[in-house]
Design a protein around this ligand. Sequence first.
Ligand code: ZN
Length: 442
Amino acid sequence: MTGPDGGARMYQLIAELYPICRSITGNGVRETLRLVGKHVPLSVHEVPTGTKVFDWTVPKEWNITDAYIKDSRGERLVDFRRSNLHVVSYSVPVRQRMRLAELRPHLFTLPQHPDWIPYRTSYYRESWGFCLSEQQLGTLPDDVYDVCIDSSLEEGSLTYGECYLPGASEEEVLVSCHICHPSLCNDNLSGIAVAVTVAQALGARARRYSYRFLFLPGTIGAIAWLALNERRVSRIKHGLVLVCVGDAGASTYKKSRRGNADVDRAVSHVLKDSGQPYEVLDFTPYGYDERQYGSPGFDLPVGCLMRTPHGRFPQYHTSADDLSFVRPEALADSAAKCLTTFDILERNAVYLNQNPKCEPQLGKRGLYEGMDGQAQLPHHEYALLWVLNLSDGRHSLLDIAERADMSFDTIHRAAQALLTHGLLRPSADEGRSAIPALSLHR
Ligand code: ZN
């Protein structure tokens, strides 16, 4: 799905997933994963209700078929079939007749945006409610209403999907997105669409790292995955949570808890190199599943790639986070930045200068064409000098690119030239396989 029409194809997937009523469990999640599974190899896992996952317990499974508020003439004034946001997620079943005053405490609106329907959940306490626009609430007369929520809250399971792409090494890159929001596009579906696209692109390439894409319900899904895979998490060397990656705003990156992990530096490098406006934020223990991956018992190097962060756009968690709020070009740009980041991580390595005592004579090897006394050295030749100088076994190519303030590609190209001439060799201490043989074309 990369390339010029990649954005349009991601947008198409979002449009396909948009009508599905998802929650942290239930058939909406399964249907979402079924559609995702048409694009990438996906294994679907079911974790039974009641399973203890660290301090949490997998909740009962929630499903819903219909819900409405009918007036005394039998007209559906609020109708789940028109928007699944109308029902508070995880509402218990209800079938009652009641006056407006009795119904009123169960109705939620957004007075500051009178035309929008808010998104509300009630996961861990059994209650029920409807969401509607402030404007519609104002039109409800005092009447006797027929209130129905045809839902079920029963023993079942939590469902998540996993797409694993093995690489030359068992060391892993983790990509995580949440799949628990109903008809909301930027918060939820944009992350799914970009993750699918990135997985497809990586699937077609030679990979040093193995990649694991998780499509799971927020919080409880990530906690369940970590609890069930605790023995394997030491393989995760880099990771990204993808969320809110489809709006027209600038790219934003929230660093991992470590703050200076390779993934933090690689994403920062990509954003800076893009020439577009961007923002890099420090880690905070709030937000999306980077909080779970970055809890102190795991402290995984997992950051969060976004455009406009949650809570900073008024459409967040409302019916206005719809198909008009996400843009094909923003989706394509987010996917490209994610792939460029992984491309850097794949090619990043530590080398040793094989001629560390004074500069090697580059001219006789055809590597140096600069005229003596030139004030400005050609860019590529300057990069050669940087790589030679810092390849002491302690600096990676990414370190060198940062220190030289040059693009990673320029530094990588210089390293390739020096390797070809035997002036560098992979550092033995690095404990990673040498990578120069892998060709990763963008
Ligand atoms: Zn959300």
